[in-house]
Write a protein that binds this ligand. Structure first.
Ligand code: ADP
Ligand code: MG
Length: 684
């Protein structure tokens, strides 16, 4: 049986009753498989026996000691047991806060194991953070070994989890199957699955732990790559009717543009057109900085599809953004006689019915909308191209739901959160990649200032000057409303306070909890210049395009990731005016925190910023919860484990090249694992 198939509930293990089952469920452990996949978050090396005399020299010591004497600190119900301990090298004492019951066990003359961190207090080495075990002849459970430390939650303790892991390992032992094909296992000297699980939970040496990790992480990434490559091959095996290149509409639009396409734009457009006019459906990701002109390229690509009589669906993550795209498209496309539609959850009743009928009947060439586009009741006459803006905001499943509304339509994904190419190639192994690196000419880089909290007044004065000249400004805060836990400025209170500071100007507040209709009104007022200052949270991070806005003030800038800051800064500098970004940071920010912000000050290249962000935060956070389009890997970390990832990709692709249907006996394992299904869910 594969580990993933051990789906029986944890209470098949002896000692797990309903209460414990409930507690385990709280940390996502339901089945035996979940349990064994709950890896330690850390390990404590308790193999050595340290002399007590070294207590103050090391962060933590493990010793075998005896009780010398006991005494009490304080009196009454607040009194605390103090135990004087010793070995041949010296003495120390344990202060048993909340553990006076130890009096029963720690009797003078008794020997016991102790692991603790000691500090010098009241003239002696003292510890109140320690773990003990009474010395016995047989091998200790918690000492003279490497001890796994598990992530816990309320009502669970380390010892219990360790005992459960032991039992679970025994439970799966007789029947656990290998998942890595034998030839690969031999070549890379991977452990057996059982060995690897044993060593990840209970390593006897760091070397065992390393091998266990290598095995398990390879396995995970190998299957991930195998699925991606299969997806890619499947797409390439689809043979469809070729579109005839018709580019009249495109040329018409390009002629009417008030600017020329950049070289990168031209290049990417030609890559897309190659795909559009080929026998196989396209799946291409365009990475490009904010304002690099991705949307325009997507629009131009749509024209070829529309010209050959097919429909295009353009998906955006927020209503605001979808509406903005729809407005831009209207300006560009309506003169060409193209029929456009906008769809969101707020379009209801008769209006929605009419739109549905028009889409179904093929009367609409291009529909731009939000999540509403992939609702089940929406159908197309002939969907030829799906465009997904800010693709990382969508799950693979969601975009697939839209793709499934056509007969193998082309898929074009856009992202302004670029990730480094090597990482992208592996994470998005099923996609073709295009990059737009240079920006349209004539853009003045946004001048970025770092300002310490307390000096806001200078910033506010600068903003006022710009607004007086007729420009507009954004103020961004990390929180919507006041938080008692965090000492941070929030958008709501700052809105009131800024209204007082700028009493002669028109300010408006926008954040995710404001109803969609109001948001729309506020945005319209801002776009038309009736509102001078927009106070916001990072909801406005994505895609807002108001050329007259030339100042952005970001307070508590240290609370935002570098890529976020870069995105936010991209809200200005979109027109011909010199623009400014003011990053206000907390007084208590460390030197390294300030260094981090300086990256934003000195760099305007989103690719470099992304790399830096990735280095600083690690992919876990960088790829983040929000980035639902990325896979949720279990144990692997695509950046830390990059070397394994590259091997896994090489092997997975090689294997499929050699044996596309996985029918060779040694690869049978792979097709069986893939069939167990739950893998697919890990990715989608
Ligand atoms: P992105 O989607 O990459 O953020 P957009 O396509 O929205 O970028 O383009 C941002 C702005 O730049 C738009 O107003 C667009 O009309 C304009 N733009 C696009 N391409 C060019 C170009 N080659 N030269 C000048 N301006 C351009
Ligand atoms: Mg965009």
């Amino acid at each position: 049986m594969f580990l993933r198939e051990y789906s029986r509930a944890v209470n098949v293990l002896r000692g797990v009753g309903p209460v414990l089952k409930q507690r385990l469920a709280q940390i996502g452990i339901h089945s035996i498989c979940d349990l064994l996949n709950h890896f330690p978050r850390d390990y404590q090396d308790r193999r050595s026996i340290d002399p007590l005399a070294s207590a103050l020299k090391k962060e933590r010591i493990n010793s075998l000691v005896r009780v010398v004497s006991r005494s009490w600190i304080g009196r009454g119900y607040k009194k605390v047991l103090r135990v004087l301990i010793a070995d041949d090298s010296g003495k120390a004492s344990l202060v048993c806060f909340g553990r006076n019951f130890l009096e029963k066990y720690l009797i003078p003359g008794k020997y016991f194991w102790v692991s603790g961190s000691f500090k010098y207090r009241y003239g002696e080495a003292q510890s109140s953070n320690f773990d003990i075990e009474i010395y016995k002849e047989e091998k200790s459970k918690r000492f003279q070994r490497i001890l796994p430390i598990y992530p816990l939650s309320e009502g669970l303790i380390q010892g219990l989890l360790r005992r459960l892991m032991d039992k679970a390992l025994v439970y799966v032992e007789p029947d656990l199957s290998e998942e890595i094909p034998e030839p690969l296992k031999k070549r890379y000297r991977f452990l057996s699955k059982l060995q690897a699980l044993k060593f990840i939970h209970f390593p006897e040496s760091w070397d065992q732990l390393k091998k266990a990790r290598h095995t398990l992480i390879f396995e995970e990434l190998f299957y991930y790559q195998l699925i991606l490559e299969k997806l890619r091959l499947k797409r390439q095996s689809i043979y469809r009717h070729r579109r005839k290149p018709q580019l009249t509409l495109k040329s018409n639009l390009i002629e009417r543009l008030p600017f020329r396409l950049t070289d990168d734009q031209k290049h990417v457009l030609s890559e897309i057109e190659n795909d559009l006019f080929s026998h196989h459906p396209m799946a291409r990701l365009i990475q490009g900085d904010v304002g690099s002109g991705k949307t325009l390229i997507a629009f131009l690509a749509s024209l070829a599809v529309i010209e050959s009589g097919e429909q295009v669906a353009f998906l955006a993550p927020t209503e605001l953004l979808a509406r903005q795209h729809a407005n831009n498209a209207a300006v560009l496309f309506e003169p060409l006689g193209i029929s456009l539609a906008f769809l969101s959850g707020n379009i209801k009743g008769v209006q929605r019915e009419r739109l549905k009928a028009a889409l179904n009947g093929g009367d609409i060439d291009l529909v731009i909308g939000t999540h509403a586009l992939f609702s089940t009741d929406i159908a197309f006459k002939k969907l030829g191209l799906v465009i997904v803006d800010e693709q990382h905001r969508f799950g693979v499943r969601q975009r697939q739901a839209l793709v499934d509304k056509g007969d193998h339509p082309d898929l074009l994904l856009l992202t302004a959160t670029p990730i480094p190419r090597t990482l992208a190639l592996t994470l998005f192994g099923d996609l073709e990649l295009s990059e737009i690196r240079n920006k349209p000419e004539g853009r003045k880089p946004v001048i970025t200032h770092l300002t310490r909290q307390g000096n806001e007044k200078k910033v506010y004065d600068r903003v006022r000057e710009e607004v007086k000249k007729g420009r507009q400004a954004y103020f961004v805060y990390p929180l919507i409303e006041e938080s008692t836990k965090l000492q941070l400025k929030d958008a709501e209170s700052m809105y009131l306070s800024l209204k007082r500071s700028f009493s002669d100007l028109n300010l408006k507040l926008i954040h995710s909890r404001i109803p969609e209709e109001d948001k729309q009104m506020i945005m319209d007022a801002f776009v038309s210049g009736k509102v001078d200052i927009l106070v916001a949270t990072s909801v406005m991070e994505v895609g807002l395009d108001v050329a007259n806005a030339n100042c952005i003030v970001i307070e508590h800038a240290e609370r935002f990731g570098l890529s976020n800051l870069h995105q936010l800064r991209g809200r200005v500098g979109r027109g011909s005016y010199q623009s400014y970004a003011f990053l206000i940071y907390s007084n208590s920010l460390t030197e390294s925190g300030i260094q981090r912000l300086k990256v934003i000050m000195t760099t305007h290249d989103g690719f470099i910023i992304a790399q830096e962000d990735l280095n600083i935060r690690g992919p876990g956070e960088f790829l983040g919860v929000k980035q639902s389009g990325f896979l949720r890997l279990g144990h692997a970390d695509p950046l830390r484990d990059q070397e394994i990832l590259i091997d896994a990709r090489k092997e997975a692709n090689g294997l499929l090249r050699d044996d596309p249907d996985l029918c060779k006996p040694e690869n049978r394992i792979c097709s069986l694992v893939l069939k167990t299904g739950s893998l697919q869910r890990d990715i989608t």
